[in-house]
Ligand binder design. Structure first.
Ligand code: AHZ
Length: 329
């Protein structure tokens, strides 16, 4: 039988002096549980048989360390400033720009898959290299991802190098929370005074729950309010183009144009140029946009995804500032 929680005191933590961002309940980094200096790897080397042991832990500490933070995040981000739906190359690029530009905003990323990154872990036909046409090399330079210059385009030696670097930068922003294994399964709407609708948040559920609505009784969702949503859920597929398909069924756009065949030259320009607020409160970027506009696909060239993310971040900030001015959340 486990002791009542009141009988067990967790050891106090020693906190370092990392600055905490005002306005966010971000916990400083704990160095270790009892204040003793952690051994270096060099000090551990060759001493595995002599006195090596992990610091003690109780299972409930692990549980509380996870759940307390997760529920605190759910509480904090229930009112977000910007929600990004889909953590593929476009959504993550938008998150990176927003995290850099606006440390004062609360930004939630909702990703249906357990593993964020969408289709950006590999190049075309499951090959490793990732191609970006210029001028998208500017994004790689900003991010610090090395590439080979081939003239009009550049090549990152492995798509995973791009995606892991982007992810690691995004996840380090204290004002960005990634909720992965979580699907957006509807949109929150509000009526404007003139009778039109605007999008005012997202409706979420664990992806595993979303996948079982057909064979289980009603499993109601959760919500996140936000004055602006960036949707980057990719082209149509089992989880793709979710938000724009929902815009059709809620009669906010008449129909989808449907993604067209592959034409690298026209497709990339079109996606970046048309990245915009498609209906009030919902900015659409990346390949989800090809489904709205009937734009061509580009296949395995990723520059448009990065720059569509950059533009989506800009557009979202304009919408956010306008909503703030109107006090319309
Ligand atoms: O899991 C999806 C993926 O990680 C996620 N997603 C989709 N529906 C969702 C939902 N809730 C939460 N309802 C959802 N998450 O969105 C992400 C989309 O990533 P992606 O890589 O598929 O899209 P992208 O637009 O960022 O990049 C497209 C890359 C492509 S496709 C393409 C072609 O087909 O020609 N070419 C390129 C460069």
């Amino acid at each position: 039988m486990s002791p009542p929680s009141a009988m067990y005191n967790e050891p106090s933590t020693t906190l370092d002096s990392a600055p905490v961002k005002a306005g966010f309940d971000v916990k400083p980094v704990a160095i270790n549980s009892n204040g003793n200096k952690t051994k270096t790897l060099a000090e551990m080397a060759d001493k595995w048989e002599q006195g090596f042991t992990f610091a003690p832990i109780r299972e409930s500490q692990v549980s509380r360390a996870m759940t307390r933070r997760y529920f605190n995040d759910l509480d904090t981000y229930a009112e977000s400033d910007i929600v990004i739906v889909g953590a593929g190359s476009c959504g993550l690029s938008a998150a990176y720009m927003l995290g850099k530009a606006r440390p004062d905003l609360k930004i939630a990323i909702i990703e249906a898959s357990v593993s964020p990154g969408g289709g950006a872990w590999l190049g075309g036909q499951l090959f490793s290299a990732m191609v970006m046409r210029k001028p998208a090399d500017a994004f790689l330079v900003d991010l610090g991802v090395p590439f080979e210059d081939e003239g009009d385009f550049v090549v990152v030696k492995h798509a995973a190098l791009f995606t892991s670097t982007l992810l690691s930068k995004v996840l380090q922003f204290p004002n960005i929370k990634l909720f992965n294994a979580t699907a957006v399964e509807d949109l929150i709407t509000r009526s404007n005074p003139d009778g039109t609708l605007r999008i005012a948040g997202v409706v979420t559920n664990w992806t595993l729950v979303t996948m079982h609505h057909d064979d289980q009784s009603c499993m109601d969702p959760n919500t996140i309010n936000a004055p602006v949503i960036i949707s980057t859920t990719g082209h149509d597929g089992p989880f793709g183009a979710f938000c724009v398909k929902r815009l059709v069924s809620m009669q906010q756009i008449e129909k989808l144009g449907g993604m067209r065949g592959l034409d690298m030259n026209t497709a990339e320009d079109a996606i970046v140029k048309r990245t915009r607020e498609v209906v009030p409160g919902l900015v659409v970027g990346g390949m989800e946009l090809s489904e709205v506009d009937g734009a061509n696909r580009m296949g395995p060239t990723f520059g448009a995804m990065a720059l569509s993310g950059v533009k989506a971040a800009e557009e979202a900030l304009k919408v956010f500032e306008e909503r703030k001015r109107q006090n319309a959340y």
